[in-house]
Design a binder for this molecule. Sequence first.
Ligand SMILES: *[C@@H]1O[C@H](CO)[C@@H](O)[C@H](O)[C@H]1NC(C)=O
Ligand SMILES: *[C@@H]1O[C@H](CO)[C@@H](O)[C@H](O)[C@H]1NC(C)=O
Ligand SMILES: [Zn+2]
Length: 501
Amino acid sequence: MVLLLQAVVTTVSLLWSVRVTDAMPDPVQRELLMRQETSRQTGGRVTLTPAEQKLDAHLHRLKEQEMSAAQFLPAIHFFKAKPLIEKSSIFKLLQEMPKGAALHIHSSTLVNVEWLVKNITYRPNCYICFTWDNSVRFFFSDRQPFPRWDCFYWQLLQTLRAKIRDPTLFDNSLMQHLTLFTEDPEGAYPNQDVVWQKFEKAFIATAGLITHAPVLREYFYKGLGELLHDNIMYLELRSGLSRTYELDGTIHDKVWTVKMFQEVTKKFTEDHPDFLGARIIISVHRALGVSDVKAAVKEAIQLQKDFPDVVAGFDMVGREDSGRTLWFFREALSLPAELGVTLPYFFHAGETDDEGTAVDQNILDALLFNTTRIGHGYALAHHPLAKELSRKRNVAVELCPISNQVLKLVSDLRNHPAAVLMSEGHPMVISSDDPSMFGTTGLVYDFYQAFVGIGGLKANLGTLKELAANSIRFSSLPAHLKETGLAMWQKKWDAFIVDHS
Ligand SMILES: *[C@@H]1O[C@H](CO)[C@@H](O)[C@H](O)[C@H]1NC(C)=O
Ligand SMILES: *[C@@H]1O[C@H](CO)[C@@H](O)[C@H](O)[C@H]1NC(C)=O
Ligand SMILES: [Zn+2]
């Protein structure tokens, strides 16, 4: 209130020299309305300390500079903007900012592909096969693998590499199979169908590497390390819990994977006490039939009962536009309520620009099935009733700006519908969806896009503070761990402010 009065006084004195006529809107009233409007945005009610105000003013100046530069980076395709973003002073600050939790990342895309190619594929017993549709498969085995329908000829990578003249070129070509990243995104991906096709192919190519049990163990640990490096302290990972295999062909089931994830998380938090932990959201593909999803829901109920500190809940994944709707699976998704048990849902919904279609109803259906958060919610701004419900029930949207741009829902991020949600202070967290596919790591790139591109000049340090704190508040953690997490985060945040003001 004091600040407000001060501002009003300054404004009035500035206007002293201007002739105010009766016909002119009242400048004091105007100033008040502007402030009221800003107070509605994400972080609009956050009170900044004097030190925070200093950093905020600095950020504001930096943002003004970036917005008036010849190239506005959030308007450019991320694959081209990435090296420029990395030079931005705002980006560098965001790297160091304690970001709280990553609540929307898929397990097959957690770790950068360079490590997979340069480290994992160099290990002994790694076989490769080139498929007819210009993709690759990997398989670790202590003997020559059997031909499969998609793979007739397996070669030992060690033998193949010995014959290759340019290993760097070869490794780069392998990486190309595991990511969407390319220097010519517009040429390579003319439309959503093409980019999704490549996306799904890359998932399949990665699978043989990371479902090898010993690799997956290291992979999780490495993934947590990448997050910690980006000043993230907690993860909720979407995972299908694919079966894993050993060199001799032994297969492990889902329980094995959950236990292993639990062990790795425990080891990691012991090694890094400023990391809070990680949980899994069991994810099932929307291409399955109702009876398969029913079985998956039952299995998830059991896993959540047996591992309540690891399994957070359930989600359906895969491209919404070409997949089956939540309503299609209504019988399966009603099972927990029918059985009188709770299985928290974390549905992807509204990752579409096909307004008015059956797929577009996923948002409302997600809410009707009591989803805890909404993955993407790109379409939410077009659904006033669903938006109201989500706000009233504190169902946060998981905003993944770079994913939406790369998968071609929006090209200039200033036009992202979440700009509306942010200006209204809709419950929201920032996440990165598929970091290795987009060539990102952690959350910093997505924070940059949300803060600079979607939020525009009015997004401020309060916005960042609220978004980071939101990630703990809207997590699946029980109340006491949320408190612990928020206290841990606040301590890191205060240190960050001291370092930068
Ligand atoms: C491979 O990755 C592991 C795990 O991060 C690391 O300990 C090891 O040093 C790496 N090996 C090579 C050859 O880079
Ligand atoms: C959603 O929550 C409401 C209110 O708690 C409950 O009555 C309803 O059965 C739930 N629906 C489902 C599908 O779980
Ligand atoms: Zn996703």
